[in-house]
Design a protein around this ligand. Structure first.
Ligand SMILES: Cc1ncc(COP(=O)(O)O)c(C=O)c1O
Length: 402
């Protein structure tokens, strides 16, 4: 009787939940799938596509998977660090060959770049519950939830103007000029998502300078290394700021540059102020990882390790990665050449750029032309093919003309 009264008056556990908004991009995918028009264009979903519109499994990945199937002897636990050899192989890719022996930089394998960002945010809060992080807007929509969920306070500042296509560097620098020692700065290492607008090397140098002068701590999200201008070029900015900073975090993903999105393969690296501090950081990373996913999934990292440890497979991966990069650049060049108002797209990098379209115009190209892009005007350049790039550009320019 007593408990009956309680049940009637207070909703029990799950009845207290409010419904969450569905993910806008996932909704867009569903809408696109349901569109019967054979010539529809999906530039919403954020994966690489080849000229046939497929997201292929790379040759080197297929071969490494066959090797893994043949040679793997156990599926026993690996531990919270994940695949240590994988981490060791990624370190010079992100930080340069000279970093291999740098014992101030430690890393762990994570479930994708998302896991790395979340683990980094947890580490920050464990070190300082009042920590705050400067974040340029717009940014990848999942940055906010991943970082704030852990309890790091975000301080937003302008980064990009979608009408003039300019990086608002002065605004960014003046925001960082207010930074206090120990404040964090989130930066996209390359292929900025959603804008495609990356800092120039001179701007990276200026950023490195303010980081070092004000004692700021860069948190670099390096999710698309190799898809902008190539593997080495895409890490130059990251290396400049990490070098300049006393402490830094780098969230790295292999999901895009190996095309293994669903395998959730990434890593988080921390540069600490000394070798001893790096050891303490490592123990914290392991403890935090244990409370979130205990251990990262093995398969993707094992595949990447096999590819990187084998000279032929590594060379083949590099050439396929370069092909992906070249395809993105050639589609960008096609759009840029179509109309001078799209010229800026040729100078931007990676899979994404933004169009200065209103939500109504985005809807108009969806209804009239079967073009599916995010409401913000972000589109995936490589969702286009040689056959439909002009039709896409024509529809966009028609809307711009009003
Ligand atoms: C900017 C950025 N960072 C991180 C990620 C996360 O990558 P992953 O799929 O490896 O978790 C993404 C994925 O879209 C991204 O766009």
């Amino acid at each position: 009787m007593q408990s009956g009264v309680l049940v009637a008056n207070s909703p029990t556990l799950f009845d207290r939940l409010g419904a969450q908004k569905p993910d806008a991009l996932l909704q867009l995918i569903a809408l696109c799938n349901a569109d019967p028009r054979p010539d529809k264009i999906d530039v919403g979903v954020g994966v690489y596509k080849d000229s046939a519109g497929n997201t292929p499994i790379l040759r080197a990945v297929k071969k490494a998977e066959a090797i893994l199937l043949e040679t793997q002897e156990t599926k026993s636990y690996l531990g919270s660090q994940g695949d240590a050899r994988f981490v060791e192989l990624i370190k010079p890719i992100a930080f340069g060959e000279g970093a291999s022996g740098d014992d101030r930089i430690v890393g762990v394998q994570t479930p994708g770049g998302c896991g790395a960002l979340r683990l980094g945010a947890e580490l920050i809060v464990a070190a300082d519950p009042d920590a705050r992080i400067f974040v340029g807007q717009p940014t990848w929509p999942n940055h906010g939830p991943l970082i704030e969920c852990a309890g790091v306070r975000m301080v937003n500042h302008p980064y990009y103007d979608n009408q003039s296509h300019a990086i608002l560097f002065d605004e960014m620098m003046s925001a960082l000029g207010e930074g206090r020692p120990g404040d964090l700065v989130l930066v996209h290492g390359c292929c900025h998502n959603p804008t495609g607008a990356d800092l120039s090397l001179d701007q990276w140098r200026a950023l490195a300078d303010i980081v070092s002068r004000r004692g700021l701590i860069p948190f670099v999200d390096l999710a698309y290394q190799g898809l902008g201008h190539g593997l080495e070029a895409d890490a130059e900015g990251t290396r400049l700021v990490v070098e300049a900073a006393d402490q830094a975090l780098v969230a790295h993903s292999n999901d895009k540059n190996f095309g293994i999105y669903r395998e959730r393969t990434g890593s988080l690296f921390i540069k600490a102020s000394s070798k001893a501090a790096a050891g303490t950081v490592m123990s914290n990373l392991l403890g935090l990882a244990r409370t979130m996913w205990s251990m990262p999934p093995d398969h993707g990292a094992a595949v990447v390790r096999i590819v990187l440890d084998d000279a032929d497979l590594r060379a083949d991966w590099r050439s396929e990665l370069d092909e992906m990069c070249a395809r993105i650049r050639s589609l960008r060049a096609r759009l840029a050449a179509y109309d001078e108002r799209l010229a800026y797209i040729g100078d931007q990098n990676g899979m994404f750029s933004m169009l200065p379209l209103s939500p109504e115009q985005v809807l108009a190209v969806r209804e009239k032309d079967g073009i599916y892009m995010a409401g913000s005007g972000r589109f995936n350049v490589v969702g286009l093919s040689d056959d439909n790039v002009d039709r896409f550009a024509a529809a966009v320019v028609r809307e711009m003309d009003g």
